[in-house]
Design a protein around this ligand. Sequence first.
Ligand SMILES: [Zn+2]
Length: 135
Amino acid sequence: MQSTTKELKEKALAVMDQAYSPYSNFSVGAAIRTKAGNIYTGCNVENVSFGLTICAERNAIAQAIATEGPTMVLEEVVITNRNSEGDSIPCSPCGACRQVIAEFAHSETQIQYEGKNKEDVRVSMTELLPDSFRF
Ligand SMILES: [Zn+2]
């Protein structure tokens, strides 16, 4: 694991503790590194009207856009999760997040998430969403 990836994972684990997830008891943290070299984090924020819930990945991307503006490019995304027992489960980004990540990624942007055996799964943007929606 690269030192930046290790740092991203530590930050994702830390921000995961800030999650607002009273309905699912499933906390998620995401840390992203941009082409500019900056790191941003986000956690999931649920809502009683479930459709208004925002995922950790999209929260982190919104933070990056708010700071770097519309030319922000994603280089790496690291996602962690814990259930109410404190265990991680295999969990790749949801479809909405895949499309939002693709909007700001390039084909080789790296996405890391927790796999079946608690290992880190790393894939490229092309592997995560091979035929993303584009105009
Ligand atoms: Zn999502």
